[in-house]
Design a protein around this ligand. Structure first.
Ligand SMILES: [Zn+2]
Length: 392
């Protein structure tokens, strides 16, 4: 979303507190797990590199959330825990189906696709005003927060990439902070993907909704692509703008430099998208400019079910959605962002389809109800997707 929020140093936000420190956990967890080839994810593609996390020794690794890895481990452990008379596979399926809140990732089905949202990190910061409601008073924002049972001068911002598993593609939308964020407790995407059973090598396509730092810093690790077998896609207008003379010499030169070092080297494996382009089977890119010049949203359809990935069209589940026409300081073209917000969420509300927003509260999935005053109420998903297709 915005520069101050999106740099791992938290520069410009001296009061920002990172998610609970986890660097030690991350290292410890890595030492304590081994990876084995996946035996149950249903992919029969030759050379599939999908890996499953298998805890070593007793107890499993503890995540930064304090929850223990053994609660959602691989098939062996699940089988070992199966009650007498109940086959392990059934237990495994029931765990998947239960759609339980897990440490930093959540998985659900959309038709034949499997979708996992993964929390790269959260930031506690001052606000939402004046970043949100820049053209309004703190009092107006405070009243809105109070009405929604939220603090008036502090808020939490989440960063949630999404993984979509199709028959022959594993598509990752946005990459979080990567190694540059780990000192501050961000950059957990790869670690949490492993916990969810997916190695970075398995990703076949990385889609960048736009090229702000919190969406692209995870592209490289140690100067090498984090997802070594992936192709890439991003908006043509987005790529063209960030690599333009205007971007490289203007107020956003620092961000343009990040694009230059992380995105441009991947150009020969990158598809530049136009409005309406297909990204993968059932996934369509749509122009949604304003937050950035070439920001895109994505419609996902599988077996008759649909959802939208709205990326940074709305960046606070109350301030941006209930008041879509309030100016957001870091929307690069605020008026265009307002038009886009209304257009995208009018459609989501009218069609009653779920959406995933990169900065929505984890697991970052919900519905939008149109309010009489023109705003939208965020309705978090509960069990709707878990039972879609079941007959009542
Ligand atoms: Zn963002």
């Amino acid at each position: 979303m915005l520069a101050g929020f999106l740099t791992p140093s938290g520069k410009g936000l001296p009061s920002a507190k990172p998610e609970r420190a986890a660097a030690g956990h991350a290292d410890g967890a890595r030492r304590r797990v081994a990876f084995g080839r996946c035996g149950d994810h249903g992919c029969r593609a030759a050379g599939c590199a999908r890996l499953l996390r298998v805890p070593l020794g007793r107890g499993g690794a503890t995540d930064a959330t304090g929850m223990r890895g053994e609660t959602f481990t691989g098939p062996a452990r699940r089988s070992a825990k199966a009650p007498k008379g109940l086959p392990g596979a059934a237990v495994q399926r029931s765990i998947e189906k239960a759609n339980i809140m897990t440490p930093g990732w959540q998985r659900f089905a959309l038709g034949d696709a499997r979708i996992t949202t993964i929390l790269d990190g959260t930031r506690h910061a001052d606000g939402p005003h004046p970043t949100f409601g820049k053209d309004r008073s703190q009092e107006e924002m405070a009243a809105l927060m109070r009405a929604n049972f939220l603090p008036e001068t502090r808020f939490v911002n989440g960063f949630t990439p999404t993984l979509i598993e199709l028959a022959n593609e594993l598509v990752l939308f946005d990459t979080g902070f990567g190694e540059s964020g780990t000192a501050n407790g961000y950059g957990k995407l790869v670690e949490r993907m492993a916990a969810a059973g997916t190695a970075p090598e398995a990703v076949t396509l990385v889609v960048l909704t736009h090229l702000h730092p919190d969406h692209i810093l995870g592209l490289m690790t140690g100067g090498q692509p984090t997802f070594p077998n992936a192709r890439y896609a991003t908006g043509a207008a987005e790529f063209e703008w960030w690599t333009s003379q205007e971007a490289r010499t203007g107020a956003r030169a620092e961000m343009a430099k990040t694009v230059e070092s992380l995105v441009v080297p991947l150009r020969d494996r990158m598809t530049l998208l136009r409005d309406g382009d297909g990204v993968a089977p059932g996934i369509t890119a749509l122009d949604a400019p304003g937050h950035t010049p070439g920001h895109m949203v994505f419609e996902v359809e599988s077996a008759g079910q649909r959802l939208m990935l709205t990326a940074d069209t709305a960046n606070h589940f109350v301030a941006s959605l209930q008041k879509p026409d309030w100016v957001v300081g870091f929307d690069m073209d605020p008026q265009k962002a307002i038009e886009t917000r209304k257009r995208v969420f009018d459609r989501i509300a009218a069609e009653r389809i779920p959406f995933i927003g990169y900065h929505m509260p984890f697991p970052a999935i919900g519905y939008a109800e149109k309010l009489p005053d023109g705003g939208y109420r965020f309705v978090p998903v509960s069990y709707q997707l878990a039972i879609a297709g079941e007959k009542g």
